[in-house]
Design a protein around this ligand. Structure first.
Ligand code: SF4
Ligand code: SF4
Length: 439
């Protein structure tokens, strides 16, 4: 009974902190702007199965992709065992899901094998980070805290797997020693159980209790650490893939207010007629955290900081001052910095800083070729160019600021209706000696 009370208290505390964190994120999402409507649910489910659950984009780097996929799939299987631990902890039962029969055996056996596989994969990932100095993990945006964050998360996952194996091994040994039935199948732990032979029943019991509690408390701690870590992608990447932009990558979203203005220019008779439901746009493009859409913000929370986007970015590769990963991470940092004020004082809150310039420079923005290689490569379908273009839109439309070459293009469009320096009347001069019949 005492352990049930302690477990319930730990669970309540975990849910309380998690609920508080979630409510803050919900409030921040409420500060963001609308984006595309979420339709085509069938298409989205298929996309999620392929990209998120199937990890299809991860396999572009076969070895690390395969290792990551094993960790991801292992987490899914082990999750069932964690749910069982919560039921057991609350009700004081033992192995409560054994009623599932053969299915239970399959789940427990898979979880037992995956615990070892994930532990090995984590050791490989740690080794890469500690000894191989992979270029993809470096960059000006990758501060000391980012590297520490990754190492802490990897350590916790490793401990989770070791405590799971320790718990299973002591359970098997306890049951065999007491001549009681072992529920579930343990392909790995049955061998580890051999290491515990000869230990007294009370010590075995203590061994089991220590691993059981360490495992579940680590899960509770990790669940509350994730929202403040790059490993928040554990929660956010699947929803982010489900909520991907379904438009072709090269298609940039139009700004509704500008589209309307252009249409009015094409039809001047309606230019001064009031449009029902029209409100004046607050700001053209993105200058700061409150200007981004919910999708931009979701992208930033889901980013794993893997650096695949930057590793294929032609601007970054040729030494320009641009890293698409930095753009996404900057938005997340800025929202974290300004979010408290936005929640308490509303969208008008200012701390005399902004995402543009205090985090992302004009030089970075104009270095982007909008080639979409970053979005194509991102394993969780983050779309960087839409945010970059919206930041540029603010520069051009609100400040009239653009590189010199672009300014002359803009002037030509304004004066000549085309990007070239020629008057519209001269456009067909090139064809005057060609005997082309006018229709
Ligand atoms: S779209 Fe821009 S940021 Fe993305 S890869 Fe191309 S140049 Fe780099
Ligand atoms: S944006 Fe995508 S590819 Fe780039 S670091 Fe984040 S998760 Fe990786």
């Amino acid at each position: 009974m005492l352990s049930q009370i302690l477990f319930s208290a730990a669970l309540l505390l975990t849910l309380g902190i998690f609920g508080y964190t979630t409510s803050r994120y919900v409030k921040l999402f409420r500060m963001t702007k609308p984006d595309f409507p979420v339709r085509d649910i069938g298409k989205r489910i298929l996309l999620t199965l392929r990209v998120a659950l199937g990890q299809s984009k991860m396999f572009r780097k076969p070895f690390t992709g395969f290792m990551h996929a094993l960790v991801f799939w292992g987490f899914l299987v082990i999750l069932v065992g964690s749910i069982e631990m919560v039921i057991d902890g609350l009700s004081g039962t033992e192995r409560s899901l054994k009623v599932l029969g053969v299915l239970y055996d399959v789940i427990i056996a898979s979880g037992d094998v995956f615990a070892l596989v994930v532990a090995i994969a984590i050791l490989v990932f740690m080794g890469r980070r500690l000894f191989l100095h992979v270029k993809r993990f470096e960059g000006i945006e990758m501060k000391h805290i980012s590297h520490m964050d990754a190492k802490v998360a990897l350590t916790i996952i490793l401990l989770l797997m070791l405590t799971l194996l320790g718990m299973n091994a002591s359970y098997v040994t306890l049951k065999l020693a007491a001549n009681e039935p072992v529920h579930g199948v343990y392909p790995i732990s049955q061998y580890l159980a051999g290491l515990l032979q000869g230990i007294s029943s009370s010590q075995l019991h203590l061994h089991h209790e220590i691993h059981w509690w360490a495992h579940i408390l680590l899960i509770f701690f990790f669940a509350n650490l994730l929202p403040y870590s790059k490993h928040f992608h554990v929660f956010m990447s699947v929803p982010n893939v489900f909520l991907s932009r379904l438009d072709p990558l090269g298609k940039l979203p139009n700004m509704d207010s500008i589209t309307r203005e252009v249409k009015l220019m094409m039809n001047p008779e309606t230019a001064f007629a009031p449009v029902e439901g029209e409100t004046a746009p607050e700001r053209f493009g993105v200058k700061d955290a409150e200007d981004v859409t919910w999708k931009n913000y979701l992208d930033s929370l889901a980013c794993t900081e893997c650096g695949r986007c930057t590793s294929v970015c032609p601007a970054a590769i040729t030494g320009k001052m641009l890293s698409p990963r930095k753009i996404v991470m900057d938005l997340r940092s800025r929202m974290r910095e300004k979010g408290k004020g936005l929640i308490s004082q509303g969208r008008a809150f200012s701390d005399n800083k902004s995402l543009l310039r205090d985090y992302i420079s004009e030089e970075e923005l104009w270095a982007c070729t909008t080639c979409n290689a970053c979005a194509m490569e991102c394993p969780i379908n983050i779309n960087h160019p839409t945010l970059i273009v919206d930041l540029r839109r603010y520069l051009v439309m609100e400040e009239g600021s653009a590189p010199g070459e672009l300014k002359s293009v803009f002037n030509n469009i304004e004066n000549n209706g085309a990007p070239w320096q020629y008057s519209p009347e001269d456009r067909l001069l090139w064809a005057k000696d060609l005997e082309i019949k006018k229709s």
